[in-house]
Design a protein around this ligand. Structure first.
Ligand SMILES: *Cc1c(COP(=O)(O)O)cnc(C)c1O
Length: 383
């Protein structure tokens, strides 16, 4: 390995996930692959190339910066939809390149109209409406204004989608709130239709909603976490299993994260390891130094807790995770030596470190843990 660490993306695992998701949703539902947050840490450029080969042709991103990466990789072969930020100065690039985007406030709508007019080209809009999340989305009292602009500016606007986002579909606790959102979204859709404005498509579901509330799938689902082989929460996984009377996880983890031992050290009884006194050796120990730290996205909260795999055995992180390094206990692995493989996420021999178990130790969500993995680490697609 020429680098401190390497991230591998497993193409057959991804194909498995996509096949499962497509089978679950059926042919009529478009599967949009959500690749915000550097494709949940997988590396957006490499990830979208792989996803395209596996049959994905619709991508959802957060902002223009991410849209440009997808565009550079796949040009006009796929649809790109921005769910979040479009700065006024970027509007021209967006419309020129047929990039679709969420509109959730009046200033963006007028900016879209202005720019489309100037370019003599239609802006492709997804009108996001507020249904109860209270983040982005037009409020009920703004809808008449939106409707009138959409009607009046038809030559510059394509009303591609009507959409919303649910506030926590991954937890049964939010059932009542999400259920109310679903009903409200249907009412708003009917209101647009009554005003002679029928969007080409309707979409609302993220991974969790698509499983917990199948009626939210509509014409398109925006799937992030599940395509990477992880569940939004244990509740979503259990709900899926119960619906199938099966005990087998249909998803496979796509990402692996590997490094190598940088150096080996012997430590005497009573010695402290690393900064401060968080870890004292209670026996003679053999320690492996790994060139990974919190600057690479290995959380400091995994100090004295995280597990890695070396020679197919689980090794615990001892002492605190430093900026660029951490130390793990290899006392019981006689053959462990410099340059041996270290698995931070992934499988070695019979054992695995899953993203979930990684985050259980530190109380982080899968999402947060993955997106923290440094962009600078090279990504490689394996079969
Ligand atoms: C992140 C996001 C999604 C995808 O969420 P997952 O839980 O990862 O499937 C869908 N829609 C919107 C608006 C999002 O921001």
């Amino acid at each position: 390995m020429h680098t401190n660490s390497l991230i591998e993306l497993n193409r057959s695992a991804y194909q498995n996930n996509i096949d499962f998701l497509k089978k679950t949703f059926g042919k009529k539902v478009v599967l949009s692959s959500v690749v915000k947050g550097n494709a949940y840490g997988h590396g957006v450029q490499e990830f979208v190339a792989m996803a395209f080969q596996c049959g994905i042709n619709h991508f959802s991103v957060f902002d223009v910066e991410e849209a440009k990466v997808v565009k550079a990789e796949l040009q006009d072969k796929v649809t790109i939809m921005i769910m979040g930020l479009v700065q006024d100065e970027d509007m021209e690039w967006v419309i020129k390149n047929n990039v679709e985007f969420f509109v959730f406030d009046k200033s963006r709508l007028t900016q879209a109209i202005k720019t489309a007019k100037k370019l003599n080209k239609k802006a492709i809009l997804h009108i996001e409406v507020e249904t109860g999340m209270n983040r982005t989305g037009f409020d009920k009292n703004e809808l008449n204004q939106v409707i009138s602009l959409l009607q009046k500016r038809k030559e510059h606007l394509l009303f591609k989608g009507l959409c919303t986002h649910y506030a926590g579909a991954e937890s049964i606790d939010n059932y009542y709130r999400v259920d109310k959102q679903i009903k409200k979204f249907e009412e708003i859709y009917q209101y647009f239709c009554k005003n002679d404005l029928k969007p080409e498509i309707r979409h609302s579901a993220c991974s969790a909603a698509s499983i917990m509330f199948p009626q939210t799938r509509m014409d398109m689902v925006r799937i992030g976490i599940m395509q990477y082989g992880l569940w939004s929460s244990p509740e979503v996984f259990v709900t899926y299993l119960n619906s199938k009377k099966s005990k087998i996880d249909p998803l496979q983890r796509v990402i692996s994260w590997k490094s190598t031992i940088m150096s080996i050290k012997k430590v005497n009884i009573g010695d402290f390891i690393g900064y401060g006194s968080s870890f004292m050796a209670k026996r003679k120990m053999k320690i492996a130094v790994i060139p990974i730290g919190y600057c690479h996205g290995y959380s400091r909260s995994l100090s004295n807790q995280g597990r890695v795999l070396i020679h197919g055995q689980r090794c615990i992180v001892v002492g605190s995770v430093n900026m660029n390094m951490m130390t793990v206990d290899v006392t019981d692995i006689d053959i462990a030596k410099k340059e041996d493989e270290v698995v931070l996420i992934g499988t070695q021999k019979e054992l695995s470190v899953s993203v979930a178990s990684f985050s259980d130790f530190s109380n982080q969500l899968n999402y947060e843990l993955l997106t923290r993995i440094s962009k600078a680490i090279p990504r490689k697609i394996i079969e």
